[in-house]
Design a protein around this ligand. Structure first.
Ligand code: AMP
Length: 405
C-alpha cells in the first residue's frame, strides 16, 4: 500500500479529504481549530515536496444547498495563517470556479473547495439513484487531481463520495491515507492488535446502547473492563440494586446481565463502581450524599463515582500496560460532579508516564482530557468518535477499505 511519507508529490495535484467540520462562533469565526491543525502535516508535506493541494471537507449538516453558516470560506483566515500562504477558495465544490482554479493551481498552492454537503450527492447514498449521483459527483471531484489522499478520520466510517467512492477513480498507487489517519490506525492497532497486557478498557458516558457493540468486542481482548458514568445504573438495576432517579435503559437490563455473564465466562474482570455521589436534582448546586452504588435513593440520581470507586479504578488503571478510555465517569460538565472523570484522566496520564500505551477517544472523554489539560499526557487522543468506536467494534470502515482495498 502506498504511504504518504515515502511518496514524492513534486508537480502533482492532490485532492485531500480533510475534516474541517469545526465549530464556528456567532461571527462565523473558527471557535476551535484542532481539526484544522490536525490536517496540517499532510498539507505541508504535499507543499514541501513541490505539489499542490485541493482540500475538500464538509461542515455541519446543511439541509439542502448552500447556507452561509455552513460555508467553508470561514476557515480560510485560520488555515492561511497556519500555512503562511493565502489559501484560494472555490465557492462551489464542482462549479466553474472549482474547474478553473484547480486547473490553474501551481505547485505550492492550496485550493479549498466549498462545503461538499451543499450537494446531497456527497452523503445521500441509500437508493440506487442516489448512489449513481454520488459516483458522478465523486468522479467530478476526482477529475481535479492526480492523487487522492484521505485524512478525515472523523468521517472514515461513512461511505460518502469524498470519503470512499472517490478512491475508485484513482489507481491503487495514487490513493493513500494522510498522516492523521495513519496515526489513528497505528494507535488503534497498538491497542487492538499489538496489545501489551494487562489491557484495561474504561467505558463511561450516558448510555449502554451506544457502546454495547464496543463492549462486546472488547470482552474478547481486555483483562479489565471498567464500567462508569450513567451506563452504570443499567447494570446496577439488572443486578437488583436500587437506582432511584439515576439514568437507566429498562430495555437493556437483560443485555447487561448477559455482558456480566460473558465477562465471567471469558475471565474478564468486569469492574463496576462501588460508591456514588447522589444528587437531589440534575444541577451543579444540587444537594448531594455519598452512598454505596447498590443503594440509590428515590428522588436522587447518581451523577459521579465516589472516593472508594476512584481508588479502585485508579489502582487498576495504574497497573495496566494498555488503556482505552471512552466516555466520562460522571456529569463532568458540572464542576461538582467532575471528580471521578478527572481522577480517571489523572490515573491514565500517570500510567502513561510509567510506560503504558493509552488511547482516549469518543467526543466526551476527549473534551474531558482537554478540559483538564491532560491531552498531552496520554499516548493518543483520537479525533474520530464514531469512527473510532466502529473500528473497535471490529467493523470495516468504508473510508479505510477504499484505500487499503
Ligand atoms: P456519551 O456521549 O455516551 O459518552 O455520554 C457523555 C455524557 O454522559 C456526558 O454529557 C455526561 O454528562 C453524561 N453522563 C456521565 N455520567 C452520567 C451520569 N451518572 N448521569 C447522567 N449523565 C451522565
Amino acid at each position: 500500500m502506498q504511504t504518504i511519507d515515502n511518496y514524492n508529490f513534486k508537480d502533482k495535484k492532490v485532492i485531500v479529504r480533510v475534516d474541517f467540520n469545526v465549530p464556528l462562533n456567532e461571527n462565523f469565526e473558527v471557535a476551535d481549530d484542532n481539526r484544522i491543525r490536525g490536517a496540517l502535516p499532510t498539507i505541508k508535506k504535499i507543499l514541501a515536496d513541490g505539489g499542490a493541494a485541493i482540500l475538500m471537507s464538509h461542515l455541519g449538516r446543511p439541509k439542502s444547498g448552500p447556507e452561509e453558516k455552513f460555508s467553508l470560506k470561514h476557515v480560510i483566515p485560520v488555515l492561511s495563517d497556519h500555512l503562511g500562504i493565502e489559501v484560494l477558495f472555490a465557492d462551489d465544490c464542482i462549479g466553474t470556479q472549482a474547474d478553473e482554479k484547480s486547473a490553474d493551481l501551481k505547485a505550492g498552492e492550496v485550493l479549498l473547495l466549498e462545503n461538499l454537503r451543499f450537494y446531497s450527492a456527497e452523503n445521500k447514498v441509500k437508493t440506487e439513484e442516489e448512489q449513481a449521483a454520488t459516483r458522478k459527483f465523486a468522479e467530478k471531484l476526482a477529475s481535479y487531481a492526480d492523487l487522492y489522499v484521505n485524512d478525515a478520520f472523523g468521517t472514515a466510517h461513512r461511505a460518502h463520495a469524498s470519503t470512499a467512492v472517490i478512491a475508485d477513480f484513482f489507481p491503487q498507487d495514487a490513493r493513500m491515507f494522510g498522516f492523521l489517519i495513519n496515526n489513528e490506525l497505528e494507535a488503534m492497532d497498538k491497542v487492538l492488535k499489538e496489545t501489551e497486557k494487562p489491557f484495561t478498557a474504561i467505558m463511561g458516558g450516558a448510555k449502554v446502547s451506544d457502546k454495547i457493540l464496543v463492549i462486546e468486542n472488547l470482552l474478547d481482548r481486555v483483562d479489565n473492563l471498567i464500567i462508569a458514568g450513567g451506563m452504570t445504573y443499567t447494570f446496577i438495576k439488572a443486578r437488583g440494586g436500587e437506582i432511584g432517579n439515576s439514568l437507566c435503559e429498562e430495555d437493556k437490563l437483560e443485555l447487561a446481565l448477559k455482558v456480566i455473564q460473558k465477562a465471567k465466562d471469558k475471565g474478564v474482570n468486569l469492574v463496576l463502581p462501588v460508591d456514588q455521589v447522589l444528587a437531589d436534582k440534575f444541577d451543579n448546586d444540587a444537594g448531594t450524599v455519598i452512598a454505596p452504588v447498590m443503594e440509590g435513593r428515590s428522588g436522587y440520581m447518581g451523577l459521579d463515582i465516589g472516593d472508594d470507586t476512584i481508588s479502585l479504578f485508579s489502582d487498576i488503571i495504574m497497573n495496566s500496560r494498555t488503556i482505552l478510555w471512552n466516555g466520562p465517569a460522571g456529569v463532568f460538565e458540572m464542576p461538582n460532579f467532575q471528580r471521578g472523570t478527572v481522577s480517571i484522566a489523572r490515573a491514565i496520564s500517570e500510567a502513561t508516564s510509567k510506560g503504558a500505551f493509552s488511547l482516549v477517544g469518543g467526543g466526551d472523554s476527549v473534551a474531558a482530557v482537554n478540559k483538564f489539560g491532560l491531552a498531552e499526557k496520554v499516548s493518543y487522543v483520537s479525533t474520530g468518535g464514531g469512527a473510532m468506536l466502529e473500528y473497535i467494534e471490529g467493523k470495516e470502515l468504508p473510508g479505510i477499505k477504499a484505500i487499503r482495498g
